[in-house]
Design a protein around this ligand. Structure first.
Ligand code: CA
Length: 513
């Protein structure tokens, strides 16, 4: 059923939970299903963000304040503390979600790759199992979407304003802020799906808050009069880290572009009314900047405030739209029959290590937010600290659709976790690999993260980093060369090779350190 031995155990346990009688299984979901002649399969609303960092969500303890509607999902559902991607970049993460397989198997190791839509995906399996399937919003996989009864997608990155959506009937131009346009189309799908008998899958996928973080007309002036707290590593010196940490091209101090990233000029593509709203918000602040431009560390701090505010404005735009969608679920009486997932393709740096962007195996970009709500199944206000991955979505949705063996994946179904039980066989560590060479100059690397430690290897330089996450959660002091850590280092290096073999990946040859 699953390629990964551990996954096979987890999947088997979950399968037993679904099929065994009440005496053999403590699963409330199984009990509920046993009580019904024809168990009802839940709808799945998959809210997928682009670059939304967990540390910017109120429910995760954000230093940027509350995100009311997203936080309400956590209050009514389960928040996952340890959700990690396998390859922290946009298109590859999307391919992992759809296939439940690592990058070396799904054909999308980097953003330059085209997704082969002929391969097995969970939307195809759900569609074959009788689900009505839709993909609305950011697709970002170059090929035409497959496995969807309905799609309206941004072909590439797409603009923040006045997007063109590709549909099976050709391209359709919309006026307005893209976060709101995507929501409007998602709401239209929900209205229609609510009148049907079959369960549905809606992948509602935002462009926001991807770079260059253009806020909508309702959020342009938000946070203008406050200062966001800085992270402790804003001025990281990268001591003990691999040489690439210092030579990357994603630093807030030097790599943000004045016009494009920092909005010192208005963006192209706005109509007259949108431009007037934009200029009313930005012009006075920009005039103050040009009258007395900050320099050195003061400029870094100014850059930090400017781009994190734009990022959070985008988040608040999404939060408001998520509120509309949750209201629609309630109004259409879909709430009780719908599993809502709120998540993102990967995390993002909000000044941690002096960075924006993602890619690295360090916590802020390795972790993605994951919140799940399903009334009657998921306990309100619950949390899971289990190590979960974006590999796991496919296996989860296949199980909920009653077709756990419809395709093979390398993930494990999250259903037992959602029900409040972490199987004893659940993974204790995970495999990561970043491949892309190019933009932002982040060197390729791979590694293993356990519940307490992380080992990362950079094959181009032969450099290895080892972090004790219990004593160094900010990952600023690699202990890879500490004499007393050599036994642990050896064990983790062996485990990394073992994990690579388990997932069927071939690691590049070792370079001398
Ligand atoms: Ca992304």
């Amino acid at each position: 059923m699953h390629g990964h031995p551990l996954a096979a155990l987890g999947g088997l346990a979950a399968l037993l939970a679904l099929t065994a009688g009440p005496a053999a299984s403590p699963s409330p979901l199984a009990d509920a299903r046993m009580a019904e002649a024809a168990p009802k399969r839940p709808n799945v609303l998959f809210i997928y963000m682009d670059d939304h960092a967990a540390q910017t969500i109120g429910a995760y303890g954000s230093r940027f304040g509350p995100t009311p509607n997203i936080d309400s999902l956590a209050a009514e559902g389960m928040l996952f503390r340890n959700a990690f991607c396998t390859n922290s970049i946009c298109a590859p993460a999307r391919a992992v979600v759809l296939t439940g397989k690592h990058s070396h198997l799904n054909g999308v190791p980097d953003n330059g790759s085209t997704f082969d839509g002929a391969q097995e995906t969970f939307p195809k399996a759900l569609q074959a199992a009788g689900y009505r399937t839709a993909m609305i919003g950011k697709w970002h996989l170059r090929s035409t979407p497959t496995g969807f009864d309905h799609y309206e997608v941004l072909r590439g990155q797409g603009p923040y304003y006045n997007p063109v959506l590709l549909t099976p009937d050709g391209q359709q131009r919309h006026r307005g802020y893209t976060t709101e346009v995507i929501t409007k189309r998602a709401l239209a799908f929900l209205e229609e799906a609510a009148s049907g008998e079959e369960p549905w899958l809606l992948m509602y996928q935002h462009k926001a808050p991807h770079r260059n973080w253009q806020p909508g007309p309702s959020e342009v002036g938000l946070f203008d009069d406050i200062e966001f707290p800085e992270p402790p590593t804003l001025f990281d010196d990268y001591a003990t880290r691999n040489p690439g940490a210092a030579s990357q091209e994603m630093s807030i101090a030097t790599h943000l572009r004045d016009e494009y990233d920092l909005k010192l000029a208005p963006p192209p593509g706005l109509d007259e009314e949108q431009l007037a709203t934009w200029k009313a918000a930005y012009d006075p602040r920009n005039e103050a900047f040009f009258a007395d431009p900050p320099e050195g560390d003061a400029r870094t701090r100014w850059n930090y405030q400017r781009y994190t505010k734009d990022y959070m404005r985008c988040i608040h735009g999404v939060d408001r739209q998520v509120g509309r969608v949750l209201e629609a679920l309630e109004r259409l009486e879909l709430e009780d029959d719908t599993l809502v997932i709120y998540t993102s393709d990967q995390g993002f740096y909000l000044g941690e290590h002096g960075w924006y962007d993602k890619r690295w195996m360090y916590e802020e970009s390795l972790r993605f937010p994951l919140i799940a709500r399903w009334p009657g199944v998921i306990a309100p206000g619950s949390e899971s600290t289990a190590l979960v991955q974006n590999l796991d979505f496919a296996a989860t949705f296949l199980e909920l659709a009653g077709v756990p063996e419809a395709m093979s994946t390398q993930g494990e179904s999250l259903v037992p976790l959602l029900e409040g039980t972490t199987p004893l066989t659940w993974r204790k560590d995970l495999y990561y690999r970043y491949y892309e060479v190019g933009e932002h100059a982040v060197p390729p690397h791979f590694g293993v993260r356990t519940e307490t430690h992380k080992l990362i290897h950079f094959p181009d330089t032969g450099f290895t980093e080892l972090f004790d996450l219990t004593t160094d959660p900010l990952e600023v002091h690699s202990v890879a060369d500490d004499p007393e850590q050599q036994s642990l280092r050896g064990r983790l290096e062996a485990r990394l090779r073992e994990l690579a073999e388990e997932v069927g990946d071939e690691l590049p040859p070792e370079e001398p350190n």
